[in-house]
Design a protein around this ligand. Sequence first.
Ligand code: FAD
Length: 487
Amino acid sequence: MQPRTGYVVVVVGAGIAGLSAAHAILADDHGAGADAPRVTVLEAADRVGGVLHGVEVGGQVVDVGAESMLYGNDDARWLVSSLGLDDRITHPATTSASVWSRGRLVPLPKGTLMGVPRSPRGAGDVLTEDEAADLREASTVQHPPVHLPDLPVGPALAERVGRAVVDRLVEPLLGGVYAGRVDDLSMRSTMPRLWTAVAAGEPVLDAVAAIVPEPREPDPDAPPRHVFFTIEGGTNVVPRVLHDRLLADGADVRTGWPVERIEPLGDRYRVVGPHGAIEADAVVVALPAPQAAGVLAAFVPAAAHALVGVELASMAVVTMAFDRTEIGALPGSGFLVPAVERRDIKAATFSSGKWPWVDALSPDTVWLRTSLGRAGEAEVLDLPDEQILDLALADLAAALGRELPTPVDTHVQRWVGGLPQYGVGHADRVGTVRAAVGRLPGLAVAGATYDGVGIAATIGSARAAARIVRDHLAGAAAGTLTEGDAG
Ligand SMILES: Cc1cc2nc3c(=O)[nH]c(=O)nc-3n(C[C@H](O)[C@H](O)[C@H](O)COP(=O)(O)OP(=O)(O)OC[C@H]3O[C@@H](n4cnc5c(N)ncnc54)[C@H](O)[C@@H]3O)c2cc1C
Protein backbone atom coordinates (compact mmCIF):
# COMPACT_ATOMS: atom_id res chain seq x y z
CA MET A 1 0.00 0.00 0.00
CA GLN A 2 1.36 3.45 -0.89
CA PRO A 3 1.83 5.84 2.06
CA ARG A 4 -1.11 8.24 2.18
CA THR A 5 -3.77 9.44 4.61
CA GLY A 6 -7.55 9.38 4.65
CA TYR A 7 -7.85 5.64 4.93
CA VAL A 8 -11.22 3.92 4.72
CA VAL A 9 -12.22 0.96 6.89
CA VAL A 10 -15.36 -1.08 6.33
CA VAL A 11 -16.79 -3.16 9.18
CA VAL A 12 -19.22 -5.81 8.00
CA GLY A 13 -21.92 -6.62 10.58
CA ALA A 14 -23.23 -4.41 13.39
CA GLY A 15 -23.64 -6.92 16.19
CA ILE A 16 -21.70 -6.20 19.34
CA ALA A 17 -18.53 -7.44 17.57
CA GLY A 18 -18.80 -5.12 14.57
CA LEU A 19 -19.86 -2.09 16.60
CA SER A 20 -17.08 -2.68 19.14
CA ALA A 21 -14.51 -3.12 16.37
CA ALA A 22 -15.57 0.16 14.74
CA HIS A 23 -15.43 1.92 18.11
CA ALA A 24 -12.01 0.47 18.98
CA ILE A 25 -10.67 1.47 15.55
CA LEU A 26 -11.85 5.06 15.99
CA ALA A 27 -10.72 5.18 19.63
CA ASP A 28 -7.36 3.59 18.67
CA ASP A 29 -7.47 2.07 22.11
CA HIS A 30 -4.07 0.43 21.92
CA GLY A 31 -2.38 3.49 20.43
CA ALA A 32 -1.10 2.48 16.97
CA GLY A 33 -1.00 6.15 16.08
CA ALA A 34 -1.67 7.75 12.68
CA ASP A 35 -4.87 9.58 11.79
CA ALA A 36 -8.22 7.97 12.49
CA PRO A 37 -9.59 6.38 9.32
CA ARG A 38 -13.10 6.89 7.98
CA VAL A 39 -15.19 3.98 9.19
CA THR A 40 -18.30 2.59 7.52
CA VAL A 41 -20.33 -0.13 9.23
CA LEU A 42 -22.58 -2.23 6.99
CA GLU A 43 -25.45 -4.16 8.59
CA ALA A 44 -27.93 -6.40 6.78
CA ALA A 45 -30.77 -6.02 9.30
CA ASP A 46 -32.82 -2.89 9.85
CA ARG A 47 -31.29 -2.38 13.29
CA VAL A 48 -27.87 -2.66 14.95
CA GLY A 49 -27.01 -4.86 17.92
CA GLY A 50 -27.51 -8.42 16.60
CA VAL A 51 -28.17 -10.69 19.58
CA LEU A 52 -28.18 -7.70 21.97
CA HIS A 53 -31.78 -6.72 21.50
CA GLY A 54 -34.58 -5.19 23.56
CA VAL A 55 -38.32 -5.37 22.91
CA GLU A 56 -41.30 -3.84 24.70
CA VAL A 57 -43.09 -6.52 26.72
CA GLY A 58 -45.68 -5.53 29.33
CA GLY A 59 -45.12 -1.85 28.53
CA GLN A 60 -41.34 -1.85 29.19
CA VAL A 61 -38.28 -2.61 27.08
CA VAL A 62 -36.50 -5.75 28.31
CA ASP A 63 -33.72 -7.87 26.84
CA VAL A 64 -34.94 -10.66 24.57
CA GLY A 65 -31.42 -11.78 23.61
CA ALA A 66 -28.26 -11.73 25.69
CA GLU A 67 -28.81 -10.32 29.16
CA SER A 68 -25.56 -10.37 31.15
CA MET A 69 -21.83 -9.81 30.80
CA LEU A 70 -18.78 -11.10 32.66
CA TYR A 71 -17.79 -8.51 35.25
CA GLY A 72 -14.17 -9.62 35.62
CA ASN A 73 -13.49 -9.26 31.91
CA ASP A 74 -11.28 -6.35 30.81
CA ASP A 75 -12.79 -6.09 27.34
CA ALA A 76 -16.38 -5.79 28.51
CA ARG A 77 -15.36 -3.28 31.18
CA TRP A 78 -13.30 -1.29 28.65
CA LEU A 79 -16.30 -0.97 26.36
CA VAL A 80 -18.69 0.03 29.11
CA SER A 81 -16.21 2.56 30.54
CA SER A 82 -15.31 4.04 27.20
CA LEU A 83 -19.02 4.60 26.52
CA GLY A 84 -19.43 6.39 29.85
CA LEU A 85 -21.77 3.70 31.17
CA ASP A 86 -19.90 2.84 34.39
CA ASP A 87 -22.50 4.49 36.59
CA ARG A 88 -25.22 2.32 35.03
CA ILE A 89 -23.52 -0.99 35.87
CA THR A 90 -25.78 -3.26 37.91
CA HIS A 91 -25.34 -6.80 39.24
CA PRO A 92 -27.72 -9.70 39.83
CA ALA A 93 -29.61 -9.33 43.13
CA THR A 94 -29.35 -13.07 43.67
CA THR A 95 -27.12 -15.77 42.30
CA SER A 96 -29.10 -18.64 43.75
CA ALA A 97 -30.34 -20.75 40.85
CA SER A 98 -31.76 -24.26 40.67
CA VAL A 99 -31.64 -27.33 38.48
CA TRP A 100 -34.97 -28.87 37.54
CA SER A 101 -33.99 -32.47 38.08
CA ARG A 102 -36.22 -35.54 38.62
CA GLY A 103 -39.26 -33.33 39.09
CA ARG A 104 -37.72 -31.06 41.77
CA LEU A 105 -36.02 -27.69 41.76
CA VAL A 106 -32.69 -28.52 43.42
CA PRO A 107 -30.25 -25.75 44.39
CA LEU A 108 -27.47 -25.44 41.81
CA PRO A 109 -24.28 -26.12 43.78
CA LYS A 110 -21.93 -23.15 44.09
CA GLY A 111 -18.19 -23.30 43.53
CA THR A 112 -18.18 -25.56 40.46
CA LEU A 113 -16.44 -25.07 37.14
CA MET A 114 -19.29 -25.31 34.66
CA GLY A 115 -20.85 -27.95 36.91
CA VAL A 116 -17.67 -29.88 37.72
CA PRO A 117 -17.31 -29.77 41.51
CA ARG A 118 -14.17 -29.07 43.52
CA SER A 119 -14.70 -32.22 45.63
CA PRO A 120 -17.09 -35.19 45.70
CA ARG A 121 -19.27 -33.28 48.20
CA GLY A 122 -19.44 -30.27 45.88
CA ALA A 123 -22.21 -31.68 43.66
CA GLY A 124 -24.75 -30.82 46.35
CA ASP A 125 -28.14 -32.50 46.28
CA VAL A 126 -28.33 -32.91 42.53
CA LEU A 127 -27.00 -36.49 42.47
CA THR A 128 -28.61 -39.64 43.86
CA GLU A 129 -26.60 -41.62 46.43
CA ASP A 130 -25.46 -44.06 43.73
CA GLU A 131 -24.40 -41.21 41.45
CA ALA A 132 -22.53 -39.53 44.28
CA ALA A 133 -20.73 -42.84 44.90
CA ASP A 134 -19.85 -42.99 41.18
CA LEU A 135 -18.38 -39.49 41.43
CA ARG A 136 -16.32 -40.46 44.48
CA GLU A 137 -15.05 -43.59 42.76
CA ALA A 138 -14.38 -41.96 39.39
CA SER A 139 -12.45 -39.16 41.05
CA THR A 140 -9.95 -41.63 42.56
CA VAL A 141 -9.01 -43.19 39.21
CA GLN A 142 -5.68 -41.96 37.80
CA HIS A 143 -5.80 -40.94 34.12
CA PRO A 144 -2.71 -40.73 31.93
CA PRO A 145 -1.90 -37.55 29.98
CA VAL A 146 -3.93 -37.11 26.80
CA HIS A 147 -1.90 -36.91 23.60
CA LEU A 148 -4.77 -35.74 21.40
CA PRO A 149 -5.45 -32.19 20.20
CA ASP A 150 -8.95 -32.16 21.70
CA LEU A 151 -11.71 -34.29 23.23
CA PRO A 152 -15.51 -33.93 23.50
CA VAL A 153 -16.51 -32.63 26.95
CA GLY A 154 -19.14 -35.26 27.75
CA PRO A 155 -17.18 -38.50 27.33
CA ALA A 156 -13.93 -36.98 28.67
CA LEU A 157 -15.57 -35.81 31.88
CA ALA A 158 -17.86 -38.84 32.26
CA GLU A 159 -14.74 -41.02 32.59
CA ARG A 160 -13.30 -38.71 35.23
CA VAL A 161 -16.31 -37.61 37.31
CA GLY A 162 -19.14 -39.97 36.28
CA ARG A 163 -21.90 -39.56 33.74
CA ALA A 164 -24.40 -38.10 36.21
CA VAL A 165 -22.25 -35.02 36.88
CA VAL A 166 -22.05 -34.51 33.12
CA ASP A 167 -25.78 -34.99 32.51
CA ARG A 168 -27.18 -33.21 35.57
CA LEU A 169 -24.69 -30.35 36.02
CA VAL A 170 -22.20 -29.82 33.18
CA GLU A 171 -24.72 -30.21 30.38
CA PRO A 172 -27.25 -27.64 31.69
CA LEU A 173 -24.50 -25.13 32.51
CA LEU A 174 -22.52 -25.51 29.29
CA GLY A 175 -25.83 -25.87 27.45
CA GLY A 176 -26.83 -22.54 28.94
CA VAL A 177 -23.81 -20.89 27.37
CA TYR A 178 -23.68 -22.67 24.00
CA ALA A 179 -27.18 -24.16 23.70
CA GLY A 180 -25.07 -27.13 22.76
CA ARG A 181 -24.74 -30.84 23.34
CA VAL A 182 -22.11 -31.70 25.85
CA ASP A 183 -21.09 -34.82 23.91
CA ASP A 184 -20.18 -32.72 20.86
CA LEU A 185 -18.58 -29.64 22.43
CA SER A 186 -14.82 -29.28 22.45
CA MET A 187 -13.17 -29.53 25.84
CA ARG A 188 -10.17 -27.56 24.60
CA SER A 189 -12.31 -24.63 23.44
CA THR A 190 -15.12 -24.58 26.00
CA MET A 191 -13.20 -25.49 29.18
CA PRO A 192 -9.62 -24.53 28.28
CA ARG A 193 -8.18 -24.48 31.79
CA LEU A 194 -9.66 -27.85 32.66
CA TRP A 195 -8.49 -29.20 29.31
CA THR A 196 -4.91 -28.22 30.15
CA ALA A 197 -5.19 -30.24 33.38
CA VAL A 198 -6.85 -33.22 31.68
CA ALA A 199 -4.26 -33.21 28.90
CA ALA A 200 -1.51 -33.23 31.56
CA GLY A 201 -3.14 -36.19 33.35
CA GLU A 202 -4.02 -34.17 36.47
CA PRO A 203 -7.04 -35.21 38.58
CA VAL A 204 -10.05 -33.17 37.46
CA LEU A 205 -11.40 -32.31 40.91
CA ASP A 206 -7.96 -31.07 42.05
CA ALA A 207 -7.76 -28.92 38.93
CA VAL A 208 -11.20 -27.42 39.61
CA ALA A 209 -10.24 -26.76 43.24
CA ALA A 210 -7.19 -24.85 41.98
CA ILE A 211 -9.25 -22.79 39.52
CA VAL A 212 -12.47 -22.08 41.45
CA PRO A 213 -12.40 -20.41 44.86
CA GLU A 214 -14.07 -22.28 47.70
CA PRO A 215 -17.66 -21.07 48.08
CA ARG A 216 -18.09 -19.10 51.28
CA GLU A 217 -21.01 -18.00 53.36
CA PRO A 218 -22.02 -14.44 52.44
CA ASP A 219 -20.11 -11.99 54.65
CA PRO A 220 -21.97 -8.69 54.95
CA ASP A 221 -18.65 -6.91 55.73
CA ALA A 222 -16.70 -8.31 52.75
CA PRO A 223 -16.93 -6.65 49.32
CA PRO A 224 -19.28 -8.68 47.09
CA ARG A 225 -17.65 -11.00 44.53
CA HIS A 226 -19.52 -10.05 41.38
CA VAL A 227 -19.32 -12.42 38.43
CA PHE A 228 -21.92 -10.91 36.09
CA PHE A 229 -23.26 -7.47 35.35
CA THR A 230 -25.43 -5.59 32.96
CA ILE A 231 -26.34 -1.97 32.31
CA GLU A 232 -29.52 -0.46 33.72
CA GLY A 233 -31.98 -0.86 30.87
CA GLY A 234 -30.33 -4.14 29.81
CA THR A 235 -27.52 -5.17 27.49
CA ASN A 236 -29.62 -3.83 24.59
CA VAL A 237 -28.58 -0.36 25.79
CA VAL A 238 -24.94 -1.03 24.84
CA PRO A 239 -25.35 -1.27 21.03
CA ARG A 240 -27.68 1.73 21.05
CA VAL A 241 -25.14 3.87 22.92
CA LEU A 242 -22.34 2.46 20.74
CA HIS A 243 -24.28 3.39 17.63
CA ASP A 244 -24.74 6.98 18.84
CA ARG A 245 -21.04 7.20 19.75
CA LEU A 246 -19.99 5.93 16.33
CA LEU A 247 -22.15 8.56 14.63
CA ALA A 248 -20.73 11.25 16.92
CA ASP A 249 -17.21 10.07 16.02
CA GLY A 250 -17.99 10.47 12.32
CA ALA A 251 -18.65 6.84 11.37
CA ASP A 252 -21.18 5.98 8.70
CA VAL A 253 -23.49 3.21 9.95
CA ARG A 254 -25.76 1.77 7.27
CA THR A 255 -28.51 -0.69 8.14
CA GLY A 256 -30.39 -2.66 5.50
CA TRP A 257 -27.03 -3.07 3.72
CA PRO A 258 -26.25 -6.80 3.33
CA VAL A 259 -22.73 -7.54 2.14
CA GLU A 260 -22.48 -10.26 -0.50
CA ARG A 261 -18.75 -10.54 -1.01
CA ILE A 262 -15.35 -8.99 -0.49
CA GLU A 263 -13.07 -8.66 -3.51
CA PRO A 264 -9.39 -7.76 -3.83
CA LEU A 265 -8.64 -4.37 -5.39
CA GLY A 266 -4.87 -4.20 -5.74
CA ASP A 267 -3.64 -3.88 -2.15
CA ARG A 268 -7.10 -2.66 -1.11
CA TYR A 269 -10.57 -4.23 -0.95
CA ARG A 270 -13.98 -3.81 -2.50
CA VAL A 271 -16.98 -4.65 -0.32
CA VAL A 272 -19.93 -5.55 -2.52
CA GLY A 273 -23.67 -5.83 -1.88
CA PRO A 274 -26.94 -5.18 -3.68
CA HIS A 275 -26.69 -1.48 -2.80
CA GLY A 276 -23.32 -1.04 -4.49
CA ALA A 277 -19.60 -1.40 -3.80
CA ILE A 278 -17.41 0.39 -1.25
CA GLU A 279 -13.62 0.54 -1.61
CA ALA A 280 -11.64 0.12 1.59
CA ASP A 281 -8.06 -0.04 2.84
CA ALA A 282 -9.02 -2.46 5.59
CA VAL A 283 -12.06 -4.64 6.35
CA VAL A 284 -13.33 -6.30 9.51
CA VAL A 285 -15.70 -9.20 8.89
CA ALA A 286 -17.82 -9.36 12.07
CA LEU A 287 -20.43 -11.90 10.97
CA PRO A 288 -21.66 -15.27 12.23
CA ALA A 289 -19.71 -18.17 10.69
CA PRO A 290 -22.05 -19.07 7.78
CA GLN A 291 -22.40 -15.44 6.66
CA ALA A 292 -18.66 -14.83 7.08
CA ALA A 293 -18.04 -17.93 4.95
CA GLY A 294 -20.36 -16.50 2.30
CA VAL A 295 -18.66 -13.12 1.97
CA LEU A 296 -15.16 -14.68 2.02
CA ALA A 297 -15.95 -17.72 -0.18
CA ALA A 298 -14.48 -16.54 -3.47
CA PHE A 299 -11.66 -14.43 -2.03
CA VAL A 300 -10.36 -16.48 0.95
CA PRO A 301 -11.67 -20.01 0.26
CA ALA A 302 -9.55 -21.66 2.97
CA ALA A 303 -11.13 -19.45 5.62
CA ALA A 304 -14.61 -19.94 4.16
CA HIS A 305 -14.14 -23.71 4.11
CA ALA A 306 -13.17 -23.77 7.80
CA LEU A 307 -16.06 -21.47 8.72
CA VAL A 308 -18.60 -23.71 6.99
CA GLY A 309 -17.57 -26.44 9.46
CA VAL A 310 -18.91 -24.43 12.42
CA GLU A 311 -22.36 -25.71 13.43
CA LEU A 312 -24.86 -23.25 14.92
CA ALA A 313 -27.60 -23.69 17.50
CA SER A 314 -30.99 -22.02 17.15
CA MET A 315 -33.25 -21.19 20.03
CA ALA A 316 -36.34 -19.23 21.03
CA VAL A 317 -36.51 -16.88 23.99
CA VAL A 318 -40.02 -16.50 25.42
CA THR A 319 -40.44 -13.40 27.57
CA MET A 320 -43.52 -13.06 29.77
CA ALA A 321 -44.87 -10.29 31.94
CA PHE A 322 -47.15 -11.31 34.84
CA ASP A 323 -49.21 -9.46 37.39
CA ARG A 324 -46.93 -9.39 40.44
CA THR A 325 -49.63 -10.33 42.96
CA GLU A 326 -51.12 -13.06 40.82
CA ILE A 327 -47.88 -14.94 40.13
CA GLY A 328 -46.55 -14.68 43.69
CA ALA A 329 -43.00 -15.44 44.80
CA LEU A 330 -40.54 -17.08 42.41
CA PRO A 331 -37.44 -18.89 43.73
CA GLY A 332 -34.04 -17.25 43.12
CA SER A 333 -32.77 -16.15 39.74
CA GLY A 334 -34.23 -19.08 37.81
CA PHE A 335 -33.43 -22.66 36.91
CA LEU A 336 -31.65 -24.83 34.36
CA VAL A 337 -33.08 -27.96 32.79
CA PRO A 338 -30.75 -30.89 31.98
CA ALA A 339 -31.35 -32.35 28.49
CA VAL A 340 -31.86 -35.81 30.06
CA GLU A 341 -35.09 -34.47 31.54
CA ARG A 342 -36.49 -34.24 27.97
CA ARG A 343 -38.43 -31.05 28.67
CA ASP A 344 -39.15 -28.35 26.13
CA ILE A 345 -37.58 -25.46 28.04
CA LYS A 346 -33.88 -25.55 28.76
CA ALA A 347 -33.75 -22.67 31.21
CA ALA A 348 -35.90 -20.08 32.94
CA THR A 349 -34.74 -16.71 34.26
CA PHE A 350 -36.85 -14.86 36.81
CA SER A 351 -35.74 -11.50 35.49
CA SER A 352 -37.40 -9.32 38.14
CA GLY A 353 -35.85 -11.43 40.91
CA LYS A 354 -32.45 -11.54 39.23
CA TRP A 355 -32.01 -7.97 38.00
CA PRO A 356 -32.73 -4.96 40.21
CA TRP A 357 -33.27 -2.79 37.13
CA VAL A 358 -36.05 -5.10 35.87
CA ASP A 359 -37.62 -5.27 39.33
CA ALA A 360 -37.69 -1.47 39.47
CA LEU A 361 -39.56 -1.21 36.16
CA SER A 362 -42.95 -1.68 37.81
CA PRO A 363 -44.49 -2.32 41.25
CA ASP A 364 -47.30 -4.27 39.56
CA THR A 365 -45.54 -6.44 36.99
CA VAL A 366 -42.80 -9.07 37.03
CA TRP A 367 -40.89 -10.35 34.01
CA LEU A 368 -39.44 -13.76 33.38
CA ARG A 369 -38.10 -15.57 30.36
CA THR A 370 -37.54 -19.13 29.22
CA SER A 371 -35.47 -20.54 26.38
CA LEU A 372 -36.30 -23.46 24.13
CA GLY A 373 -34.22 -25.29 21.53
CA ARG A 374 -30.61 -26.37 21.47
CA ALA A 375 -28.07 -27.58 18.92
CA GLY A 376 -29.67 -30.21 16.70
CA GLU A 377 -33.13 -29.49 18.16
CA ALA A 378 -34.38 -26.49 16.21
CA GLU A 379 -37.82 -27.94 15.34
CA VAL A 380 -39.44 -25.94 18.11
CA LEU A 381 -38.68 -22.75 16.15
CA ASP A 382 -41.00 -23.92 13.36
CA LEU A 383 -44.01 -23.88 15.70
CA PRO A 384 -46.30 -20.84 15.78
CA ASP A 385 -45.69 -18.39 18.64
CA GLU A 386 -48.79 -19.53 20.57
CA GLN A 387 -47.58 -23.13 20.67
CA ILE A 388 -44.08 -22.13 21.78
CA LEU A 389 -45.67 -20.04 24.50
CA ASP A 390 -47.91 -22.93 25.60
CA LEU A 391 -44.90 -25.27 25.84
CA ALA A 392 -43.02 -22.71 27.92
CA LEU A 393 -45.97 -22.10 30.24
CA ALA A 394 -46.64 -25.83 30.72
CA ASP A 395 -43.02 -26.55 31.69
CA LEU A 396 -42.87 -23.51 33.96
CA ALA A 397 -46.00 -24.58 35.79
CA ALA A 398 -44.68 -28.13 36.14
CA ALA A 399 -41.33 -26.91 37.48
CA LEU A 400 -42.95 -24.56 39.98
CA GLY A 401 -45.53 -27.19 40.92
CA ARG A 402 -48.50 -24.87 40.58
CA GLU A 403 -50.83 -23.36 38.03
CA LEU A 404 -49.72 -20.07 36.57
CA PRO A 405 -51.91 -17.03 35.96
CA THR A 406 -52.36 -15.80 32.39
CA PRO A 407 -49.45 -13.50 31.47
CA VAL A 408 -50.35 -9.86 30.88
CA ASP A 409 -48.04 -9.82 27.86
CA THR A 410 -45.67 -12.18 26.04
CA HIS A 411 -43.05 -12.11 23.32
CA VAL A 412 -41.41 -14.91 21.35
CA GLN A 413 -38.00 -14.17 19.86
CA ARG A 414 -36.44 -16.69 17.50
CA TRP A 415 -32.66 -16.71 17.26
CA VAL A 416 -31.90 -18.76 14.16
CA GLY A 417 -28.23 -19.74 14.21
CA GLY A 418 -27.86 -17.64 17.36
CA LEU A 419 -24.92 -19.46 18.91
CA PRO A 420 -21.90 -21.06 17.24
CA GLN A 421 -21.02 -24.52 18.54
CA TYR A 422 -17.41 -24.93 19.61
CA GLY A 423 -17.24 -28.56 18.49
CA VAL A 424 -14.20 -30.82 18.78
CA GLY A 425 -11.41 -29.30 16.67
CA HIS A 426 -12.85 -25.78 16.89
CA ALA A 427 -9.52 -24.25 17.90
CA ASP A 428 -7.91 -25.66 14.75
CA ARG A 429 -10.74 -24.35 12.58
CA VAL A 430 -10.30 -20.89 14.09
CA GLY A 431 -6.54 -21.18 13.57
CA THR A 432 -7.13 -21.99 9.89
CA VAL A 433 -9.46 -19.00 9.46
CA ARG A 434 -7.09 -16.58 11.17
CA ALA A 435 -4.06 -17.88 9.26
CA ALA A 436 -5.83 -17.53 5.89
CA VAL A 437 -7.27 -14.09 6.68
CA GLY A 438 -3.98 -12.98 8.27
CA ARG A 439 -2.19 -13.41 4.94
CA LEU A 440 -4.28 -10.51 3.60
CA PRO A 441 -3.00 -7.22 5.04
CA GLY A 442 -5.71 -5.17 6.72
CA LEU A 443 -8.32 -7.95 6.69
CA ALA A 444 -9.54 -9.22 10.06
CA VAL A 445 -12.38 -11.27 11.52
CA ALA A 446 -14.30 -10.77 14.78
CA GLY A 447 -17.34 -12.21 16.50
CA ALA A 448 -18.67 -15.06 18.57
CA THR A 449 -17.02 -17.71 16.37
CA TYR A 450 -13.46 -17.02 17.42
CA ASP A 451 -12.43 -16.40 21.03
CA GLY A 452 -15.55 -17.35 23.00
CA VAL A 453 -19.29 -16.97 22.48
CA GLY A 454 -19.97 -14.60 25.37
CA ILE A 455 -20.38 -10.87 24.86
CA ALA A 456 -17.11 -10.15 26.66
CA ALA A 457 -15.08 -12.56 24.52
CA THR A 458 -16.76 -11.18 21.42
CA ILE A 459 -15.72 -7.65 22.37
CA GLY A 460 -12.19 -9.03 22.90
CA SER A 461 -12.15 -10.43 19.37
CA ALA A 462 -13.33 -7.05 18.09
CA ARG A 463 -10.51 -5.22 19.87
CA ALA A 464 -8.02 -7.72 18.41
CA ALA A 465 -9.41 -7.08 14.92
CA ALA A 466 -9.23 -3.32 15.49
CA ARG A 467 -5.57 -3.65 16.46
CA ILE A 468 -4.82 -5.53 13.23
CA VAL A 469 -6.52 -2.80 11.23
CA ARG A 470 -4.89 0.13 13.03
CA ASP A 471 -1.43 -1.48 12.90
CA HIS A 472 -1.89 -2.07 9.20
CA LEU A 473 -2.96 1.52 8.56
CA ALA A 474 -0.17 2.90 10.76
CA GLY A 475 2.34 0.75 8.88
CA ALA A 476 0.89 1.88 5.56
CA ALA A 477 0.96 5.55 6.58
CA ALA A 478 4.61 5.18 7.56
CA GLY A 479 5.30 3.38 4.29
CA THR A 480 6.38 0.23 6.10
CA LEU A 481 4.98 -3.26 6.31
CA THR A 482 3.67 -4.28 9.72
CA GLU A 483 4.39 -7.69 11.15
CA GLY A 484 0.90 -8.90 10.21
CA ASP A 485 1.34 -7.60 6.69
CA ALA A 486 4.51 -9.62 6.29
CA GLY A 487 2.78 -12.77 7.63
C1 FAD B 1 -30.50 -16.09 23.03
C2 FAD B 1 -29.07 -15.76 23.34
C3 FAD B 1 -28.74 -15.37 24.63
C4 FAD B 1 -27.41 -15.04 24.93
N1 FAD B 1 -27.12 -14.64 26.20
C5 FAD B 1 -25.86 -14.22 26.49
C6 FAD B 1 -25.58 -13.65 27.76
O1 FAD B 1 -26.46 -13.47 28.60
N2 FAD B 1 -24.29 -13.25 28.00
C7 FAD B 1 -23.31 -13.39 27.07
O2 FAD B 1 -22.16 -13.02 27.34
N3 FAD B 1 -23.56 -13.90 25.83
C8 FAD B 1 -24.81 -14.31 25.53
N4 FAD B 1 -25.09 -14.80 24.28
C9 FAD B 1 -24.02 -14.82 23.28
C10 FAD B 1 -23.71 -13.43 22.73
O3 FAD B 1 -24.81 -12.58 22.88
C11 FAD B 1 -23.38 -13.49 21.26
O4 FAD B 1 -22.43 -14.49 21.02
C12 FAD B 1 -22.83 -12.17 20.74
O5 FAD B 1 -23.73 -11.13 21.02
C13 FAD B 1 -22.55 -12.29 19.26
O6 FAD B 1 -22.20 -11.03 18.73
P1 FAD B 1 -21.69 -10.91 17.23
O7 FAD B 1 -21.52 -9.49 16.93
O8 FAD B 1 -20.53 -11.82 17.03
O9 FAD B 1 -22.85 -11.57 16.33
P2 FAD B 1 -24.34 -11.10 16.06
O10 FAD B 1 -24.97 -10.48 17.23
O11 FAD B 1 -25.00 -12.28 15.45
O12 FAD B 1 -24.17 -9.94 14.96
C14 FAD B 1 -23.87 -10.22 13.63
C15 FAD B 1 -24.52 -9.15 12.78
O13 FAD B 1 -24.18 -9.36 11.41
C16 FAD B 1 -25.32 -9.06 10.63
N5 FAD B 1 -25.17 -9.70 9.32
C17 FAD B 1 -25.35 -11.01 9.01
N6 FAD B 1 -25.06 -11.21 7.71
C18 FAD B 1 -24.69 -10.02 7.20
C19 FAD B 1 -24.25 -9.58 5.91
N7 FAD B 1 -24.14 -10.44 4.87
N8 FAD B 1 -23.94 -8.28 5.73
C20 FAD B 1 -24.03 -7.40 6.76
N9 FAD B 1 -24.46 -7.75 7.99
C21 FAD B 1 -24.77 -9.05 8.21
C22 FAD B 1 -26.46 -9.59 11.45
O14 FAD B 1 -27.70 -9.02 11.05
C23 FAD B 1 -26.05 -9.18 12.85
O15 FAD B 1 -26.53 -7.90 13.21
C24 FAD B 1 -26.40 -15.14 23.94
C25 FAD B 1 -26.74 -15.55 22.64
C26 FAD B 1 -28.05 -15.85 22.34
C27 FAD B 1 -28.41 -16.28 20.95
